[in-house]
Design a protein around this ligand. Structure first.
Ligand SMILES: Nc1ncnc2c1ncn2[C@@H]1O[C@H](COP(=O)(O)OP(=O)(O)OP(=O)(O)O)[C@@H](O)[C@H]1O
Ligand SMILES: CC(C)(CO)[C@@H](O)C(=O)NCCC(=O)O
Ligand SMILES: [K+]
Length: 248
């Protein structure tokens, strides 16, 4: 009995097999070929998907999973309450499933107030209190996307492509530093101020980072934080165990 857990993100697919802890990243253009290969070599008996994609793309990918694996496929959905966490959105179906899974997993683990920052294509911050009440959150552009947005909306910002690995929180003395450091600083400042604010009401609050840019952004934080890259997958397993999944 092995379950394949799939996280359909905006840029890439991530997956985890059974109880394994490592998360593997897959590009969409090679998804079907990869899945066929995996079907041949693993004893997969079911699949669980979490998707932030629109209905049409999600349906196509779900069909690919059903066709390649020929196993029951379940889907994670946001509910008003799950594992002691209460959702802040009035229309829970509008909250991104990745945010919900991360919040449910973080709170189940910590049982304390948390800021959960998922730093992917978009960067999201979600807040949950010590009673498991989700207070909502923020959605901003992730590092790459914020830079791309800036460059596409202006005519004469032309940085040399130095990359975020070189970035720091210092004011830039050339265009590349100004834009890369600016995007990094904006995200770091949002995380720090959000967390410091939560600490005022919940001194035991934790700061938890996930997503592709978590190690880089985390390295520039002065607050103490935990890296939890498998958070969305931990949430998938928790909803599965709680029998909160629906048929895909
Ligand atoms: N090999 C890589 N390819 C793409 N992005 C990467 C890679 N390594 C690190 N990153 C960084 O990770 C970020 C994307 O994060 P992540 O992989 O969590 O998002 P995603 O796959 O687009 O999924 P989601 O839609 O869930 O955010 C980018 O901003 C980029 O800077
Ligand atoms: C914000 C993203 C893109 C982050 O992956 C995703 O959670 C999403 O598409 N959310 C839907 C909008 C919302 O959460 O309010
Ligand atoms: K994500």
């Amino acid at each position: 009995m092995t379950t394949l857990y799939l996280d359909f993100g905006n840029t890439r697919v991530k997956w985890r097999l059974g109880q394994k802890k490592d998360v593997v990243v897959q590009e969409y253009h090679e998804f079907e070929a990869w899945l066929q290969g995996l079907a041949g070599q693993s004893q997969i008996t079911s699949a669980v998907v979490a998707s932030v994609l629109g209905q049409a793309r999600q349906a196509v990918l779900t069909e690919v999973v059903q066709r390649c694996l020929a196993v029951p496929v379940k889907r994670c959905v946001v509910t008003g309450e799950a594992l002691g966490v209460r959702c802040a959105y009035a229309d829970v179906s509008r909250l991104g499933i990745d945010r919900w899974l991360a919040v449910v997993a973080a709170w189940s683990r910590e049982k304390s107030a948390c800021v959960v920052a998922d730093l992917g294509t978009a960067a999201t911050l979600d807040f949950v209190d010590s009673a498991g009440v989700h207070a909502g959150g923020f959605i901003v552009s992730g590092l790459e996307l914020s830079l791309r947005g800036l460059l596409s909306g202006t005519d004469n910002i032309k940085p040399s492509p130095s990359g975020f690995e070189m970035a720091s929180l210092k004011p830039g003395i050339n265009t590349a530093e100004a834009v890369y450091n600016g995007a990094l600083h904006a995200l770091v400042a949002l995380i720090e101020s959000s967390y410091q604010n939560l600490l005022k009401s919940s001194p035991e609050a934790k700061l938890i980072l996930a997503g592709g840019d978590a190690p880089l952004v985390g390295s520039h934080l002065s607050s103490t934080y935990e890296l939890a890259q498998g958070l969305v997958f931990d949430g998938m397993r928790l909803l599965e165990q709680a029998e909160l999944l629906v048929d895909a």
